[in-house]
Design a protein around this ligand. Structure first.
Ligand SMILES: Nc1ncnc2c1ncn2[C@@H]1O[C@H](COP(=O)(O)OP(=O)(O)O)[C@@H](O)[C@H]1O
Ligand SMILES: [Mg+2]
Length: 291
Protein backbone atom coordinates (compact mmCIF):
# COMPACT_ATOMS: atom_id res chain seq x y z
CA UNK A 1 0.00 0.00 0.00
CA UNK A 2 0.96 3.64 0.39
CA UNK A 3 4.31 3.15 2.07
CA UNK A 4 5.56 0.35 -0.09
CA UNK A 5 4.76 1.60 -3.57
CA UNK A 6 7.51 3.08 -5.71
CA UNK A 7 10.65 4.86 -4.62
CA UNK A 8 10.99 7.08 -1.61
CA UNK A 9 9.86 10.17 -3.53
CA UNK A 10 6.81 8.62 -5.11
CA UNK A 11 4.91 7.20 -2.18
CA UNK A 12 1.21 7.72 -2.82
CA UNK A 13 -1.14 8.91 -0.15
CA UNK A 14 -4.34 7.22 -1.22
CA UNK A 15 -4.89 4.22 -3.37
CA UNK A 16 -6.02 4.78 -6.92
CA UNK A 17 -4.91 4.82 -10.52
CA UNK A 18 -1.23 5.57 -10.81
CA UNK A 19 -1.83 8.94 -12.42
CA UNK A 20 -4.26 10.07 -9.70
CA UNK A 21 -2.02 9.21 -6.78
CA UNK A 22 -0.53 12.30 -5.16
CA UNK A 23 2.71 11.84 -3.28
CA UNK A 24 2.87 12.36 0.46
CA UNK A 25 5.30 15.22 -0.10
CA UNK A 26 2.94 16.89 -2.56
CA UNK A 27 -0.09 16.51 -0.27
CA UNK A 28 1.91 17.94 2.61
CA UNK A 29 3.03 20.90 0.50
CA UNK A 30 -0.44 21.65 -0.79
CA UNK A 31 -2.11 21.40 2.60
CA UNK A 32 0.59 23.55 4.20
CA UNK A 33 -0.06 26.19 1.53
CA UNK A 34 -3.76 26.41 2.34
CA UNK A 35 -3.38 26.24 6.10
CA UNK A 36 -4.81 29.22 7.90
CA UNK A 37 -4.90 30.27 11.52
CA UNK A 38 -7.55 28.22 13.32
CA UNK A 39 -9.27 30.05 16.17
CA UNK A 40 -9.71 28.31 19.51
CA UNK A 41 -13.33 29.43 19.35
CA UNK A 42 -13.80 27.27 16.25
CA UNK A 43 -12.50 24.20 18.09
CA UNK A 44 -14.67 25.07 21.05
CA UNK A 45 -17.80 25.34 18.93
CA UNK A 46 -17.13 21.96 17.30
CA UNK A 47 -16.86 20.45 20.78
CA UNK A 48 -20.28 21.88 21.67
CA UNK A 49 -18.68 24.57 23.89
CA UNK A 50 -18.11 21.91 26.51
CA UNK A 51 -14.80 20.19 25.83
CA UNK A 52 -14.23 17.01 27.79
CA UNK A 53 -10.76 16.17 26.53
CA UNK A 54 -8.66 19.19 25.72
CA UNK A 55 -5.16 19.69 24.37
CA UNK A 56 -3.73 23.13 24.92
CA UNK A 57 -0.76 24.40 22.88
CA UNK A 58 1.06 21.10 22.96
CA UNK A 59 4.68 20.76 21.94
CA UNK A 60 5.66 17.11 21.97
CA UNK A 61 7.87 14.60 20.19
CA UNK A 62 10.43 11.85 20.50
CA UNK A 63 13.75 12.35 22.24
CA UNK A 64 14.60 15.99 21.61
CA UNK A 65 12.80 16.13 18.30
CA UNK A 66 9.64 18.20 18.30
CA UNK A 67 6.87 16.72 16.13
CA UNK A 68 3.79 18.61 17.37
CA UNK A 69 4.18 22.38 17.26
CA UNK A 70 1.57 23.97 19.49
CA UNK A 71 -1.34 21.67 18.84
CA UNK A 72 -4.83 22.40 20.14
CA UNK A 73 -7.67 19.91 20.24
CA UNK A 74 -11.10 19.79 21.86
CA UNK A 75 -13.65 17.02 21.92
CA UNK A 76 -16.86 16.95 23.93
CA UNK A 77 -18.04 14.10 26.12
CA UNK A 78 -19.58 11.35 24.01
CA UNK A 79 -18.33 12.90 20.78
CA UNK A 80 -15.97 11.39 18.25
CA UNK A 81 -13.10 13.17 16.53
CA UNK A 82 -11.07 11.76 13.65
CA UNK A 83 -7.64 13.03 12.65
CA UNK A 84 -6.59 12.56 9.05
CA UNK A 85 -3.55 13.80 7.17
CA UNK A 86 -0.57 12.62 5.21
CA UNK A 87 1.79 9.96 6.50
CA UNK A 88 4.18 11.38 9.05
CA UNK A 89 1.93 14.36 9.89
CA UNK A 90 2.04 13.51 13.59
CA UNK A 91 -1.39 11.93 14.04
CA UNK A 92 -0.20 8.91 16.01
CA UNK A 93 2.08 11.21 17.95
CA UNK A 94 -0.98 13.06 19.27
CA UNK A 95 -2.39 9.81 20.66
CA UNK A 96 1.03 8.86 22.05
CA UNK A 97 1.31 12.24 23.78
CA UNK A 98 -2.12 11.91 25.36
CA UNK A 99 -1.41 8.42 26.63
CA UNK A 100 2.07 9.31 27.85
CA UNK A 101 4.23 7.38 25.40
CA UNK A 102 6.45 10.26 24.32
CA UNK A 103 7.96 13.53 25.50
CA UNK A 104 5.81 16.54 26.19
CA UNK A 105 7.97 19.69 26.09
CA UNK A 106 5.21 22.15 26.94
CA UNK A 107 1.47 22.60 26.86
CA UNK A 108 -1.24 20.68 28.66
CA UNK A 109 -3.69 17.83 28.28
CA UNK A 110 -6.81 18.12 30.41
CA UNK A 111 -10.00 16.29 31.13
CA UNK A 112 -12.87 18.53 32.17
CA UNK A 113 -15.81 17.30 34.13
CA UNK A 114 -18.07 20.31 34.31
CA UNK A 115 -16.08 22.97 36.15
CA UNK A 116 -13.52 20.44 37.43
CA UNK A 117 -10.42 20.27 35.33
CA UNK A 118 -7.91 17.48 35.73
CA UNK A 119 -4.45 18.01 34.24
CA UNK A 120 -3.33 14.60 32.99
CA UNK A 121 -0.27 15.75 31.05
CA UNK A 122 2.26 14.10 33.33
CA UNK A 123 0.33 11.00 34.38
CA UNK A 124 1.97 7.68 33.52
CA UNK A 125 0.18 5.48 30.95
CA UNK A 126 -0.87 3.17 33.80
CA UNK A 127 -2.53 6.00 35.63
CA UNK A 128 -4.07 7.33 32.45
CA UNK A 129 -5.86 4.00 32.22
CA UNK A 130 -6.49 3.34 35.87
CA UNK A 131 -7.42 6.73 37.24
CA UNK A 132 -8.16 9.00 34.27
CA UNK A 133 -10.21 6.51 32.23
CA UNK A 134 -8.19 6.88 29.04
CA UNK A 135 -7.43 3.77 26.96
CA UNK A 136 -5.11 3.43 24.00
CA UNK A 137 -6.08 0.92 21.34
CA UNK A 138 -4.07 -0.52 18.45
CA UNK A 139 -0.96 0.02 16.41
CA UNK A 140 1.69 -0.29 19.10
CA UNK A 141 -0.10 -2.66 21.37
CA UNK A 142 -1.23 -5.94 19.96
CA UNK A 143 -2.81 -8.99 21.51
CA UNK A 144 -0.65 -11.83 22.83
CA UNK A 145 -0.94 -14.44 20.07
CA UNK A 146 0.01 -17.45 22.18
CA UNK A 147 -2.54 -16.68 24.89
CA UNK A 148 -6.19 -17.58 24.71
CA UNK A 149 -8.86 -15.01 24.09
CA UNK A 150 -9.91 -15.04 27.74
CA UNK A 151 -6.33 -14.78 28.99
CA UNK A 152 -5.90 -11.77 26.75
CA UNK A 153 -8.96 -10.15 28.29
CA UNK A 154 -7.73 -10.88 31.81
CA UNK A 155 -4.48 -9.17 30.85
CA UNK A 156 -6.55 -6.14 29.94
CA UNK A 157 -7.49 -5.93 33.61
CA UNK A 158 -3.99 -6.33 35.02
CA UNK A 159 -4.19 -2.94 36.70
CA UNK A 160 -7.24 -3.94 38.72
CA UNK A 161 -6.92 -4.65 42.40
CA UNK A 162 -7.38 -8.39 42.12
CA UNK A 163 -7.42 -11.10 39.41
CA UNK A 164 -11.00 -11.88 40.42
CA UNK A 165 -12.02 -8.34 39.60
CA UNK A 166 -10.30 -8.55 36.22
CA UNK A 167 -12.06 -11.82 35.46
CA UNK A 168 -15.44 -10.37 36.38
CA UNK A 169 -14.82 -7.40 34.13
CA UNK A 170 -13.77 -9.75 31.32
CA UNK A 171 -17.07 -11.64 31.71
CA UNK A 172 -18.96 -8.40 31.15
CA UNK A 173 -17.07 -7.89 27.92
CA UNK A 174 -17.88 -11.46 26.86
CA UNK A 175 -21.56 -10.83 27.52
CA UNK A 176 -21.41 -7.94 25.18
CA UNK A 177 -19.58 -9.77 22.40
CA UNK A 178 -20.87 -13.37 22.14
CA UNK A 179 -18.73 -13.84 19.08
CA UNK A 180 -15.66 -13.44 21.27
CA UNK A 181 -17.14 -15.56 24.07
CA UNK A 182 -17.52 -18.48 21.68
CA UNK A 183 -13.81 -18.28 21.00
CA UNK A 184 -12.67 -17.76 24.58
CA UNK A 185 -10.56 -20.93 24.79
CA UNK A 186 -8.89 -20.38 21.43
CA UNK A 187 -5.45 -18.89 21.10
CA UNK A 188 -5.56 -15.35 19.78
CA UNK A 189 -3.37 -16.31 16.84
CA UNK A 190 -6.09 -18.48 15.28
CA UNK A 191 -8.65 -15.66 15.18
CA UNK A 192 -9.65 -14.06 11.90
CA UNK A 193 -8.50 -10.50 11.27
CA UNK A 194 -11.86 -9.11 12.31
CA UNK A 195 -12.05 -11.17 15.49
CA UNK A 196 -8.54 -10.15 16.42
CA UNK A 197 -9.42 -6.49 16.03
CA UNK A 198 -12.50 -7.07 18.18
CA UNK A 199 -10.24 -8.65 20.82
CA UNK A 200 -7.86 -5.67 20.68
CA UNK A 201 -10.75 -3.31 21.30
CA UNK A 202 -12.32 -5.54 23.94
CA UNK A 203 -9.12 -5.79 25.88
CA UNK A 204 -9.15 -2.03 26.34
CA UNK A 205 -12.79 -2.16 27.46
CA UNK A 206 -12.02 -4.38 30.45
CA UNK A 207 -10.94 -1.26 32.38
CA UNK A 208 -14.17 0.49 31.38
CA UNK A 209 -12.49 3.64 30.04
CA UNK A 210 -14.39 6.83 29.20
CA UNK A 211 -12.04 7.96 26.47
CA UNK A 212 -10.82 5.69 23.68
CA UNK A 213 -7.74 6.62 21.68
CA UNK A 214 -7.96 4.53 18.53
CA UNK A 215 -5.14 4.41 15.99
CA UNK A 216 -6.16 3.23 12.50
CA UNK A 217 -8.88 0.73 13.38
CA UNK A 218 -9.34 -0.28 9.74
CA UNK A 219 -5.71 -0.98 8.94
CA UNK A 220 -5.07 -4.37 7.38
CA UNK A 221 -8.72 -5.45 7.48
CA UNK A 222 -10.89 -6.79 4.69
CA UNK A 223 -13.78 -4.42 3.80
CA UNK A 224 -16.49 -6.44 5.58
CA UNK A 225 -14.49 -6.32 8.81
CA UNK A 226 -13.90 -2.61 8.42
CA UNK A 227 -17.65 -2.04 8.58
CA UNK A 228 -17.88 -4.31 11.61
CA UNK A 229 -15.18 -2.37 13.46
CA UNK A 230 -16.81 0.98 12.76
CA UNK A 231 -20.12 -0.48 13.93
CA UNK A 232 -18.50 -1.53 17.20
CA UNK A 233 -17.04 1.94 17.67
CA UNK A 234 -20.35 3.55 16.78
CA UNK A 235 -22.04 1.44 19.42
CA UNK A 236 -19.43 2.35 22.03
CA UNK A 237 -19.96 6.02 21.29
CA UNK A 238 -23.71 6.13 20.98
CA UNK A 239 -24.82 3.39 23.37
CA UNK A 240 -22.17 3.75 26.05
CA UNK A 241 -21.34 7.42 25.65
CA UNK A 242 -17.63 6.84 25.17
CA UNK A 243 -15.57 9.70 23.82
CA UNK A 244 -13.54 8.59 20.83
CA UNK A 245 -10.41 10.19 19.44
CA UNK A 246 -9.34 8.38 16.31
CA UNK A 247 -6.68 8.41 13.62
CA UNK A 248 -7.71 6.89 10.34
CA UNK A 249 -5.86 6.50 7.06
CA UNK A 250 -9.16 5.59 5.42
CA UNK A 251 -10.26 9.23 5.50
CA UNK A 252 -13.68 8.55 4.03
CA UNK A 253 -14.61 5.98 6.67
CA UNK A 254 -13.14 8.09 9.44
CA UNK A 255 -14.96 11.27 8.46
CA UNK A 256 -18.23 9.44 7.87
CA UNK A 257 -17.92 8.07 11.36
CA UNK A 258 -16.75 11.07 13.34
CA UNK A 259 -18.62 14.14 14.56
CA UNK A 260 -15.48 16.24 14.17
CA UNK A 261 -12.64 16.04 11.64
CA UNK A 262 -9.17 17.54 11.95
CA UNK A 263 -6.65 17.57 9.12
CA UNK A 264 -3.12 17.53 10.49
CA UNK A 265 -0.03 18.39 8.52
CA UNK A 266 3.55 18.74 9.71
CA UNK A 267 2.50 18.64 13.36
CA UNK A 268 -0.08 21.42 13.10
CA UNK A 269 -3.79 21.72 12.38
CA UNK A 270 -4.56 22.67 8.80
CA UNK A 271 -8.33 22.24 8.42
CA UNK A 272 -11.05 21.51 10.97
CA UNK A 273 -14.79 20.99 10.70
CA UNK A 274 -17.64 18.64 11.29
CA UNK A 275 -16.83 15.26 9.80
CA UNK A 276 -19.69 15.61 7.32
CA UNK A 277 -18.48 19.07 6.24
CA UNK A 278 -14.95 17.83 5.59
CA UNK A 279 -16.37 15.00 3.51
CA UNK A 280 -17.99 17.63 1.28
CA UNK A 281 -14.94 19.90 1.16
CA UNK A 282 -13.54 19.77 -2.39
CA UNK A 283 -9.93 20.26 -1.27
CA UNK A 284 -10.18 17.54 1.37
CA UNK A 285 -11.81 15.35 -1.26
CA UNK A 286 -9.09 15.94 -3.81
CA UNK A 287 -6.22 15.40 -1.38
CA UNK A 288 -7.52 12.73 0.97
CA UNK A 289 -10.58 11.05 -0.44
CA UNK A 290 -9.26 10.19 -3.87
CA UNK A 291 -11.87 12.44 -5.51
N1 LIG B 1 9.03 6.26 18.09
C1 LIG B 1 9.47 7.27 17.34
N2 LIG B 1 10.72 7.77 17.49
C2 LIG B 1 11.16 8.79 16.73
N3 LIG B 1 10.44 9.41 15.78
C3 LIG B 1 9.20 8.96 15.57
C4 LIG B 1 8.65 7.88 16.34
N4 LIG B 1 7.38 7.66 15.91
C5 LIG B 1 7.16 8.57 14.92
N5 LIG B 1 8.25 9.36 14.74
C6 LIG B 1 8.35 10.47 13.76
O1 LIG B 1 7.35 11.42 14.09
C7 LIG B 1 6.77 11.96 12.91
C8 LIG B 1 5.27 11.81 12.99
O2 LIG B 1 4.96 10.42 12.99
P1 LIG B 1 3.50 9.85 13.27
O3 LIG B 1 2.88 10.58 14.40
O4 LIG B 1 3.64 8.39 13.39
O5 LIG B 1 2.75 10.24 11.91
P2 LIG B 1 1.33 9.77 11.37
O6 LIG B 1 0.67 8.93 12.41
O7 LIG B 1 0.60 11.04 11.07
O8 LIG B 1 1.62 9.02 10.10
C9 LIG B 1 7.42 11.24 11.74
O9 LIG B 1 8.42 12.08 11.23
C10 LIG B 1 8.00 10.01 12.37
O10 LIG B 1 9.15 9.60 11.67
MG1 LIG C 1 0.17 6.89 12.45
Amino acid sequence: MAENGGGPRTRGYHMGEVDTVISVEEVTKQVEAMRSEIALETLDALAGHEPYLEIDNLHAGYGKMEILHGLNLKVGRGQSLCMIGPNGAGKSTVLHAIFGFNNVFSGAIRISDGPDKQDITRLSPENKLKTAGVAYILQDKSVFPGMTVEENLWMGGYLMDSPAEAKAAAEQVFERYPRLAERRKHQAKVLSGGERRLLEISRALVMNPDILLVDEPSIGLEPRFIDMVFQILDDLQHRDGKTILMVEQNAKKGLEFADIGYVLVSGELAIVGQGSDLLEDPEVGRLFLGG
